[in-house]
Design a protein. Structure first.
Ligand SMILES: [Zn+2]
Ligand SMILES: [Zn+2]
Length: 366
């Protein structure tokens, strides 16, 4: 099967013909119909991601149809439509059994994070050499072999080129607003960075009933999208703009919630400064792992909260069906998130577009 492989960081992906092993017990082969291209994929290419384990198949935002199931798989059958979730919890550790599956760091989950099955192996190879799928998904490919726990079945009538976005961008953005910040009705919210994830923070804040949603970005085209998806005000910023004073000019006293969705520690500090006493800031973007956040100590003497966010604290089996229901009811717009669709062989164009920063999401159709 064909897949977009990163042989080394900093280099374009190469479309390779990989060998795929049959699924072992508890594993499922998915024929991917669509995969979103996320900033985390770009972080891997740029060598700034801890999950980079080249040679690897990139992609972690896929949807498709079940092609084959291994022994003991009960939850999905051949022909079912599925979304490949961002992670596959082990299901048996104390965290999983208490429902706190995002904090499952069992050996199984750790292997999953680095693209390996529970036994530390992978099902993909190239001329006999092991290939790892990114976070166990590797969705920029024709096929993905995943553990059943990483799949969520969806209605067959939901277009797969939209459903794939629930793998990462939509669940992360919606989850940041609903699960992590728990935005309250009537609140004032600032969303800094309106790409594929930030636009979903905007949608999540709107669904939560926020009264004011201030979208901030350097690109007018993204602010237009943010307006369409629920932002009530737009702040067009340039590189040197001091964000906190600019936001406070619109919301004197500060905002109730600020979301940093870029991955810059400087912007995160500005987001924190923009909140009112008692306000909440969520770091949704992923700064380089070694980066340090500097915030003025005086701003903490006011019950402000700074929260982390890993995948929007989403529980795939709960949150992906919720996202699909919101889409079916018309409360969540997925169509506007897709800026362009490309065949697998043009995958590097999707990364170039992501670097230019003018698109919400590129979707690759393997
Ligand atoms: Zn992602
Ligand atoms: Zn677990």
């Amino acid at each position: 099967m064909r897949a977009a492989v990163m042989h080394e960081t900093g280099k374009p992906l190469v479309i390779e013909e990989l060998d795929v092993e049959s699924p072992h017990a508890g594993e499922v082969v998915v024929r991917l119909a669509a995969s979103g291209v996320c900033r985390s994929d770009l972080h891997v290419i740029e060598g700034e991601s801890p999950v980079a384990t080249p040679p690897m198949v990139l992609g972690h935002e896929g949807a498709g149809l079940v092609e084959e199931v291994g022994e003991g798989v009960r939850g999905v059958s051949v022909g079912d439509a599925v979304v490949v979730a961002l992670y596959g919890p082990c299901g048996s550790c104390d965290d999983c059994r208490s429902g706190d599956i995002t904090n499952c760091w069992s050996e199984t989950r750790t292997h999953n994070m680095y693209g390996r099955m529970a036994d530390g192996t992978t099902r993909l190879s190239l001329d006999g050499a092991v290939i790892t799928p990114m976070v166990g998904s590797g969705s920029l490919a024709e096929l993905s072999v995943v553990r059943e726990s990483q799949l969520v079945k969806i209605d067959r009538d939901i277009p797969l080129d939209l459903a794939c976005l629930a793998g990462c961008g939509v669940t992360t953005g919606i989850g940041a607003a609903l699960n992590i910040a728990q935005v309250k009705p009537g609140a004032t919210v600032a969303v800094i960075g309106c790409g594929g994830v930030g636009l979903n923070v905007v949608q999540g804040a709107r669904i939560a009933g926020a009264a004011r949603i201030i979208a901030c970005d350097t690109q007018a085209v993204k602010l237009d999208l943010a307006s369409d998806l629920g932002a009530t005000e737009c702040l067009h910023v340039s590189q040197g703009t001091e964000l906190a004073p600019a936001i406070r000019e619109l919301a004197p006293g500060g905002v109730d919630y600020a979301f940093e969705v870029i991955g810059s520690t400087e912007v995160l500090a500005q987001a924190f400064e923009a909140t009112r006493p008692g306000g909440t800031t969520v770091m949704v973007g992923a700064p380089p792992p070694s980066a340090t956040i500097t915030i003025a100590s005086r701003t903490l003497f006011s019950d402000r909260r700074l929260l982390g966010c890993l995948g929007g604290q989403n529980i795939p089996a709960r949150d992906i069906p919720r996202i699909m229901r919101l889409y079916q009811q018309g409360a969540l717009n997925l169509e506007k998130l897709v800026s362009q669709k490309l065949p697998l062989e043009r995958v590097n164009e999707a990364f170039a577009a992501l670097q230019d920063g003018e698109l919400a999401r590129s979707v690759v159709e393997p």
